[in-house]
Ligand binder design. Sequence first.
Ligand code: SF4
Length: 284
Amino acid sequence: MEVVLAQAAGFCYGVKRACQVAFEAAQTHPGGVSSLGPIIHNPQMVARLAEAGLKVIGDLEQAPVGAVLIRSHGVPPEVFGELRRRGFEVVDATCPLVQRAQRLAESLAAEGYRVVVVGEPEHPEVKALVAWADAGRKPDAPGAAVVQTFADAAALSRAKRIGVVAQTTQLEEEYARLVGELLKCADELKVYNTICDATAKRQRAMLDLLGEVEGMVVVGGRNSANTTRLYERCREMRVRAWHIETAEELEPAWFAGMRRVGVTAGASTPDWIIEEVVERLRGF
Ligand code: SF4
């Protein structure tokens, strides 16, 4: 059976960088390194990092003395202050593209714009963006708002000046539509494009491949939103697809009679897992 890997699949720049920073920190801090939440939505990679010495904690109360790693989504500015106050060394693996969005949110608020973050309200990156904006605002200015849907945008109270940033993983078309709605809420609208195209690139590469294969194997953590989205797109396009985390899950019977199968992977799937999947499929 022929196996074709999508042109863009697997680790994005920010996640790859965060994992490298985590492995290096684990090696250079024999006293221990903790990460505030799992550094990546991939259980196999989290297990490897744990073997290397990275401990995942839910909050700072659980952190042993030593270094604390900030994952690629970033954290609110007050977390940095709290870490330093408690004497932790900070290892910052925030993705530089997320840092850019944080700086823009903060500066918009400092310039007097009411900041609107377009994204998922419960996502840690969005929560941190709101906190960075609020850290920059003047004392009597309203806090930053999060908009995810048209209804959210329509419900926003009118403001003279609104400044907008997006969660980095938003899709451009969706962002543009919501920005159009926000135009109705302000005399002046300042919009930054803070979208990173890693997610869109993986989707485009997979869609390009769908017409050429009889089935698609989507590799990545079941807790990874962008991997799940790739799988859902296959289903929407009525292509046979399987979402797996590791090569061991593959069943030869799934591919009976197929001559060409595609493989894609979310932005949090390490190369070694993708290679194992491709290798095993080629043996079917
Ligand atoms: S998806 Fe983009 S912004 Fe998010 S961590 Fe990866 S490279 Fe950075």
